[in-house]
Design a protein around this ligand. Structure first.
Ligand code: PMP
Length: 396
């Protein structure tokens, strides 16, 4: 039965990490996968998470199943984190999901199951898994222009033109709320207002990927894009991930929020998504969401989380600055200061596939083929080594 099954190609990003792990070079560096690393190269557990976990160990009384749509406390906290009090609670459906990917997958399943639009527009470029997740639910994936031809700037005109001339009413449009992956290039507030106008005028469904809340400018600041969209659109979906901002990568914590125009519709949608979840993974994992709820239930732990999140955000900014400055000292004559305007973990370095390949084979530095660099994977102590290697490959 299984004899003829071919080997699937490795995941473009996680496959690189497998190769990295097998690499024997002591100077190897993995700047491919999107995880935050501290100065010692570790992906740390936040202190607020450790404290919440300790509390859970002491008080948790059961490992019984959660409800299909997740814990009510957790869902309430997610709603406030994403929407503050800008939208009436009864209009918001919140479903706890295994990570942001789980939220995206359920959003796709819901669109395929309940809506007439079968198309999702994603930016070019976007996180590679978007295409696969939507295709898995048999949705047609189309691209709208996003990154300018200089590979550094935002092509707002191209985006607005594509959305207003190529889309049909009911198509979904995937928007990165902040810290666009893979480019780090985000719209300004006034550009968000323009995007919201076009999305509303064309009758599109905003499907907002919110995987990096707090990594751009702050928890509330990063939600401004969602405010701009919800000011113009009564119906929208948001896929949140708490992998990065709580450092809970492997605990699989996320949520799908759906905003409807009234509470009856919100309840109907909750029931439909529960039906989809039941046949997919039945109910979500407890631990990570319990950690998030424990932190957000407690003022002190919440304040501690805000500090730790700010520390990660500011450190990434400092790494960007250090990288740009150190590149200048190599004499490679390649100005990377455009990285300073970009947000979040990632940046498009502008390195071409040949240079990326050379970095890997000659220097054991792993970045994604598109030239995307995980800035949050750099380290202060190894910046010189990284920049010298990049200088060598850009000089040819
Ligand atoms: N969306 C984007 C844009 C991402 O970068 C990621 C994580 N790399 C996700 C969603 C998925 O997040 P999670 O790991 O929580 O599934």
């Amino acid at each position: 039965l299984f004899g003829g099954i071919p080997t699937a190609p490795p995941d473009s990003i996680l496959g690189l990490t497998e190769a990295f792990q097998a690499d024997k070079n002591p100077d190897k560096m993995n700047l491919s996968v999107g995880v935050y690393k501290d100065a010692s190269g570790q992906t740390p557990i936040l202190d607020c998470v450790k404290a919440a976990e300790q509390r859970l160990v002491d008080t948790e009384a059961t490992k019984g199943y959660l409800p299909i749509d997740g814990g009510p406390d957790y869902r309430g906290h997610v709603r406030k984190l994403v929407f503050a009090e800008t939208i009436a609670a009864e209009r918001v459906t919140v479903v706890q999901t295994p990570g942001g990917t789980g939220a995206l997958r359920e959003s796709a399943a819901f669109i395929a199951d309940q809506l007439s639009g079968r198309r999702v527009w994603v930016p070019s470029p976007t996180w590679a898994n978007h295409n696969s997740v939507f295709a898995s639910e048999r949705l047609l994936v189309e691209n709208y222009r996003y990154l300018g031809s200089d590979k550094k700037s935002f092509d707002i005109d191209g985006m607005l033109d594509d959305l207003s001339s190529k889309t049909n009413v009911g198509d979904a449009v995937l928007l990165h709320a902040c810290c666009h992956n893979p480019t780090g290039v985000d719209p300004t507030p006034s550009q968000w207002a323009q995007i919201a106008d076009v999305v509303a005028e064309r009758g599109l469904l905003p499907l907002i990927d919110f995987a990096y809340q707090g990594f751009g400018h702050g928890l509330d600041e990063d939600a401004e894009s969602i405010r701009a969209i919800s000011a113009k659109c009564d119906e929208l979906m948001v896929c949140s991930s708490f992998s990065k901002n709580f450092g809970l990568y492997s605990e699989r914590v996320g949520a799908l929020c759906v905003v409807s125009s009234d509470s009856a519709t919100a309840s109907a949608i909750q029931s439909q998504i529960k039906k989809l979840v039941r046949t997919n993974y039945s109910n979500p994992p407890r631990h990570g969401a319990a950690v998030v709820a424990t932190i957000l239930d407690d003022e002190k732990l919440t304040a501690q989380w805000h500090d730790e999140l700010a520390m990660m955000r500011n450190r990434i900014k400092t790494l960007r600055e250090q990288f740009v400055e150190t590149m200048k000292t190599t004499g490679a004559g390649h100005d990377f200061s455009f990285l300073l305007d970009q947000n979040g973990m990632f940046s498009f370095s502008g390195l071409n596939p040949m240079q990326v390949d050379e970095l890997l084979h000659k220097h054991s530095i792993y970045i994604v083929g598109s030239g995307r660099i995980n800035v949050a994977g750099m380290s202060e102590s190894r910046m010189g080594h990284l920049c010298e290697a990049i200088a060598k490959v850009v000089e040819g």
